[in-house]
Design a binder for this molecule. Structure first.
Ligand SMILES: *Cc1c(COP(=O)(O)O)cnc(C)c1O
Length: 373
């Protein structure tokens, strides 16, 4: 059994993906070929925003966002401490200060109440300038944008949605990638919508931001790439990856249904005995991960491994616990919920080509484990 079976997905789509890649090999436009623009249009339509600008990976999507917003030393960007490193990395790389926020205990997403406290703390100290919030759609569940959007408005902060894991999620039918002022995503192979290498994209309704993204991703280009009007980077999505994504996007709605079916089955079987993921009403998760919480995590994972079931921990180390951020001086007492989650969460196999029989097997192992009662 695989944790995420990408080969099974390829077998399912093989002919169509092979044909798409062959088309690119034949036309030879390997950089910014026609598939790139076609994909950007389809992604913008799917998400329901005006502009999609693809780039080389999800970290660059966030970094380009810092560049577009002119985030610099002296600025503060708020982000959850319980996330993948890239979310916080790009803030520090821009020379700004990341201020970490605790998690909601049931959704694992950024806690809006603690966010407001942290904003007030920074304002009270008066040394740094609050500029933006990066909220993360952790494990596929959109963050609480119904509270985050008014909060960003109240304090005049730009709201960024890190939808690297969230592509396909929804709140009241509004899709991930459309929340806040700018959203970013990743096409890393194991993400809900993945390609066969690195890839990423940003989404926005703002025409000025969109023009800046298109410039920054190609060396700060002006009229053309040999007219450079600002300092940018080289961050484009390869045409071959765009070709792969066009086929993956075509089958994505079906895959999203499969994931939700499997998640329902996991939840029905496990919820009476274990802490299963919470999806608030009117929310849809893209189930990047199916994550449980248990004080006996390590033992449960070892027992599953013995029976051939792979599991993973996302994430064992919060941002405030990372060596690279030690100098910021946080302790676990400052961020108690996330610190506990880092010790207790673990994720079960989840991918759209998994069978209900696999879910039945995994859940019966867990429910029959003497540690679980
Ligand atoms: C994967 C991920 C990223 C970075 O994406 P890459 O394409 O790997 O650079 C950023 N944020 C979150 C929350 C992620 O899960």
């Amino acid at each position: 059994m695989q944790f995420i079976d990408l080969a099974a997905q390829y077998q399912h789509l093989k002919q169509r993906i092979d044909d798409r890649i062959q088309t690119v090999l034949n036309h030879g436009h390997y950089i910014m070929g026609p598939e790139v623009e076609q994909l950007e249009q389809q992604l913008a339509d799917y998400v329901g925003v005006k502009h999609c600008i693809s780039c080389a990976n999800g970290t660059d999507a966030l970094q380009l966002t810092m560049m577009v917003l002119d985030i610099k030393p002296g600025d503060v960007v708020f982000c959850p401490t319980f996330t993948f490193f890239a979310t916080a990395e790009v803030i520090a790389y821009a020379g700004a200060t990341p201020v970490f926020v605790d998690s909601d205990a049931s959704t694992f997403n950024i806690c809006p109440q603690h966010l407001e406290q942290q904003i007030e703390n920074v304002l009270r100290e008066g040394k740094l300038t609050p500029k933006a919030i990066i909220a993360v759609d952790l494990f596929g569940l959109p963050a609480d944008y119904l509270q985050l959007e008014p909060l960003a408005e109240k304090y005049g902060l730009t709201l960024i949605e890190d939808a690297a894991q969230g592509f396909g999620g929804e709140i009241n039918g509004k899709r991930a990638g459309s929340f806040g002022d700018i959203a970013t995503t990743s096409f890393f192979p194991a993400k809900p919508l993945g390609c066969y290498g690195d890839g990423g994209a940003v989404f926005t309704n703002n025409d000025d931001y969109a023009a800046l993204f298109r410039s920054y991703r190609v060396h700060g280009k002006g009229r053309d790439k040999y007219d450079n009007v600002r300092i940018g980077i080289n961050s484009r999505l390869d045409t071959i990856q765009a070709a792969v994504l066009l086929e993956k996007l075509a089958t994505f709605p079906q895959e999203l249904q499969n994931r939700n079916q499997l998640a329902r089955q996991y939840t029905e079987l496990l919820a009476p005995t274990l802490q299963t993921p919470v999806v608030p009403s009117d929310y849809l998760s893209s189930w990047a991960q199916f994550t449980l919480v248990s004080a006996q995590r390590d033992e449960l994972m070892a027992n599953l491994k013995q029976q051939g079931v792979p599991t993973m921990v996302y994430y064992a180390t919060c941002m405030h616990q990372q060596t690279a951020f030690k100098s910021l001086g946080y302790t676990d007492k400052d961020l108690p919920t996330a610190s506990r989650l880092a010790k207790q969460v673990f994720s079960l196999p989840m991918h759209p080509y998994m069978s209900e029989k696999d879910v039945g097997f995994i859940t019966s192992l867990l429910l029959n484990d003497p540690l679980v009662d």
